[in-house]
Write a protein that binds this ligand. Structure first.
Ligand SMILES: CCC/C=C/C(=O)SCCNC(=O)CCNC(=O)[C@H](O)C(C)(C)COP(=O)([O-])OP(=O)([O-])OC[C@H]1O[C@@H](n2cnc3c(N)ncnc32)[C@H](O)[C@@H]1OP(=O)([O-])[O-]
Ligand SMILES: Cc1cc2nc3c(=O)[nH]c(=O)nc-3n(C[C@H](O)[C@H](O)[C@H](O)COP(=O)(O)OP(=O)(O)OC[C@H]3O[C@@H](n4cnc5c(N)ncnc54)[C@H](O)[C@@H]3O)c2cc1C
Length: 666
């Protein structure tokens, strides 16, 4: 995407055998999405106000103030340029800095939209859209995050005043973690146990004002602050994750979000026909967005590691010729190319999940709740799978870049530090896999009942075949048949689920059995989610994809993704009898030859992400590959090099050296 000086990767770019511009459109999702993304990325990259290369040198206070400045400036630009919602979201994305706005737009607004009545939406959304109020999502407490039903904050209805009294009865009930809460938010959607007439009706959302709109001081009864520094020096510390306590704070009755459950003026609790689980709807929405974000973070790390692997040379110089580019080592390819393929795989499964979410939202509006369990299982499972894989992949990319990958200027340490909490927030990844496992066990238990599994579990309707089929691959090329690959993944997923169900049936107490077998259940859930990713990649290839060679590249990547998983999880495939050891070795042979096909296209495949150097934020990943001079020059810019003799020399170095000299003379 960058133009200008000498392109050290030009030769690499000439090797590619497909139309990169068309691939950029496939990656973006559509020509329109590409144009918006490209335009906004350039806008951010060319504006010095969005500079980010100095982040690691700032103290926490400076860092946070700098984030406030950028967010305010971004808002000003959004207004001045009259950006659409889509463009504004892209602008925030390319600014590339966790900020309170993520929670305001990403959780506070969706919570009101999803759980508020029409009337509540009309009152609160215009204020939020104009940022006349700023909100956060205050669910997690010091004592409970995963177990939402275990939250302790109370919202007790007072029929005399027609208000709720929000209270934090224990230390562990203190809200703890919500982003944007610590220093910024004026309001929160706070989750609390609804108590009416002494009866506990479980956890619900309430809009609570936290700070004065005049002077930003906390309102009476509110104690609020930041929870302290997090992993890494810059990274997620731009965010004010907060602590919040309520001391009998009164809010009007109509500030309880009442789409699911209503409390009347008389104190009657009325359940609407909307299922209770909709209270968790905001999490479903965000989990869906996290899957697309995984492909962004992963592609960014892979772009850096791939470009640098083509620049870096080690060993193998023959008769004074150039040394080998590290990207040509088969070991480097076998570590890097599956990650490149995963980036594309996660992109496409993210697109599909967005469709699924839109579909379920439309159905919910028409009071059709039938696909909610499927949406929950898919968003939970894919969030877990893609974030775990991406976090591991960023660290692998760092190692793929050798020593220089450990430099902050490689961009990888900060990317890792910012990314890894995705494995925890919006649901711990193991906890979410167990939700998928519950869904799978329920589906398996209904197999004989005549109820046909649908959606992502539709393959289970062919249980009879999948439980006993034998893989037909006999030659290396057979592993390039989508049906062969898909059937192996389907049979493995089903057999693992069925084995868990059979083992569960041996327990007289199902909950006890579930707890005992939870590690196996989580593995069955992973197998199911991997199948979803593989099958959505295969489906993508059935679409009409224009551009010379584009579809062919995607086919190669699809098989790299699937055969790499098959190789990595060989134990599952072999122990469930889905493939034989001979077939496993044929698959691996095919995988090796696919790596050779990816090799000449690797640089173009990462160029297709269309990242600006500003967004990548990496000396190693520069578009022009001009790595060494930049690394060298950058080193001298470090504040430690401001003086030749360091501060502290006279106090701490000189005395030591003198002492040693004296001792030596004695
Ligand atoms: C930028 C970063 C910002 C970060 C923000 C945050 O982190 S915010 C904080 C993020 N925090 C977290 O992510 C916390 C993670 N924890 C949780 O989400 C919940 O505590 C839980 C799902 C683990 C258990 O919940 P539980 O004990 O209430 O439930 P249960 O297991 O007894 O199942 C009962 C039934 O409900 C079903 N069902 C469940 N969820 C959903 C759903 N979303 N939709 C639809 N359905 C759902 C389930 O399938 C089951 O159905 P069945 O079988 O009866 O037909
Ligand atoms: C950066 C960041 C931002 C966040 N932003 C927000 C926010 O804006 N709003 C908000 O409300 N919250 C937020 N959170 C909180 C987040 O949602 C929770 O931390 C998350 O849901 C995990 O819950 P926990 O901390 O209670 O983990 P725990 O449940 O205590 O997890 C600890 C360990 O126990 C295991 N475990 C727990 N339960 C089970 C089980 N049933 N079976 C097997 N193993 C189990 C987990 O796998 C994990 O290994 C944020 C967190 C982070 C890190």
């Amino acid at each position: 995407m960058e133009g200008g000086g000498v392109d050290h990767l030009a030769e690499e770019r000439q090797k590619s055998r497909f139309d990169v511009d068309e691939m950029k459109i496939v990656w973006a999702g559509s020509r329109h999405a590409f144009e918006v993304s490209d335009r906004v990325a350039r806008l951010v990259a060319s504006d010095p106000a969005f500079r980010k290369d100095n982040r690691n040198l700032l103290s926490r206070k400076e860092l946070f103030k700098n984030t406030l400045r950028k967010a305010a400036y971004a808002w000003k630009r959004i207004m001045e340029l009259r950006l659409t919602e889509e463009e504004a979201a892209k602008l925030r994305f390319f600014i590339d800095e966790p900020a309170y706005t993520d929670l305001h737009w990403g959780m506070f607004v969706p919570a009101i939209k999803g759980q508020g009545t029409e009337e509540q939406q009309q009152k609160w959304l215009p204020l939020a859209y104009k940022m006349q109020i700023i909100g956060c999502y205050a669910q997690t407490e010091l004592g409970h995050g995963s177990n939402v039903q275990g939250l302790e904050t109370t919202a007790t209805f007072d029929p005399q005043t027609d208000e709720f009294i929000i209270n934090s009865p224990t230390l562990t009930s203190s809200k703890w973690w919500p982003g944007g809460l610590g220093k910024v938010s004026t309001h929160a959607v706070a989750y609390a146990r609804l108590i009416v007439n002494g009866q506990d009706h479980g956890v619900h959302g309430f809009i609570v004002q936290l700070r004065s709109l005049d002077d930003h001081m906390p309102l009476p009864g509110i104690t609020v602050g930041d929870i302290g520094m997090k992993f890494g020096s810059g990274a997620y510390n731009t965010m004010d994750n907060g602590v919040l306590r309520f001391d009998h704070v009164r809010i009007p009755r109509n500030q309880m979000l009442m789409r699911v459950l209503q409390v009347t003026r008389e104190g009657k609790v009325v359940q609407s026909d909307v299922p209770r689980q909709l209270i968790y709807g905001t999490m479903v929405y965000v989990r869906q967005t996290i899957v697309s974000d995984a492909s962004s973070a992963l592609s960014r790390a892979v772009c850096i590691a791939t470009r640098y692997s083509a620049v870096r040379r080690q060993f193998g110089s023959q008769k004074g010729g150039p040394e080998t580019q590290v990207i040509d080592y088969k070991t480097q390819q076998s570590r890097l190319f599956p990650l490149l393929a995963s980036a594309y795989a996660f992109r496409f499964v993210g697109e599909w999940l967005k469709w699924l979410y839109t579909d379920v939202t439309q159905r919910l509006q028409a009071n059709d709740f039938s696909t909610l369990p499927e949406a929950h299982a898919c968003t939970a499972g894919l969030k877990s799978l893609t974030t775990s894989a991406t976090a591991d992949a960023i660290e692998e990319c760092r190692k793929l870049c050798g020593g220089h990958g450990y430099l902050t200027s490689s961009g990888l340490p900060e990317l890792f530090a910012v990314y890894i909490p995705a494995c925890t927030y919006e649901g711990d990844n193991t906890v979410l896999l167990l939700q998928v496992a519950r869904f799978l066990m329920k589906t398996v238990s209904q197999l004989g009942s005549g109820k046909q599994p649908v959606g992502s579990t539709a393959y289970m309707s062919r249980a009879e075949h999948l439980m006993q089929c034998r893989c037909s691959a006999q030659r290396v090329e057979d592993w390039l048949k989508p049906d062969v690959v898909l059937e192996a993944f389907e049979a493995r997923a089903l057999r693992m689920s069925v084995a868990c169900a059979q083992n569960l049936s041996k327990f007289s107490n199902p909950e006890e059995g579930f707890a005992e077998l939870s590690a196996d259940l989580a593995e069955a859930a992973i197998a199911h989610c991997q199948l979803i990713v593989v099958s959505k990649f295969v489906e993508k290839l059935q679409q009409d994809i224009p551009g010379q060679g584009v579809k062919q590249q995607l086919q190669t990547l699809c098989f790299v993704y699937s055969l790499h998983l098959l190789h990595k999880h060989q134990g599952d495939f072999l122990s469930t009898g889905c493939i034989t050891p001979k077939q496993a070795s044929l698959a691996n042979e095919q995988l090796r030859s696919l790596y050779s096909q990816v090799r000449p296209n690797a640089i173009a495949l990462v160029d297709a992400f269309n990242y600006t150097d500003h967004y990548l934020g990496s000396v190693l990943g520069r578009y022009d590959g001009n790595v060494y001079p930049t690394l060298y020059e950058d080193a001298w810019k470090d504040p430690l090099n401001d003086s030749v003799v360091p501060d502290g020399y006279h106090e701490y170095l000189r005395p030591v050296l003198k002492q040693q000299l004296r001792n030596a003379r004695l």
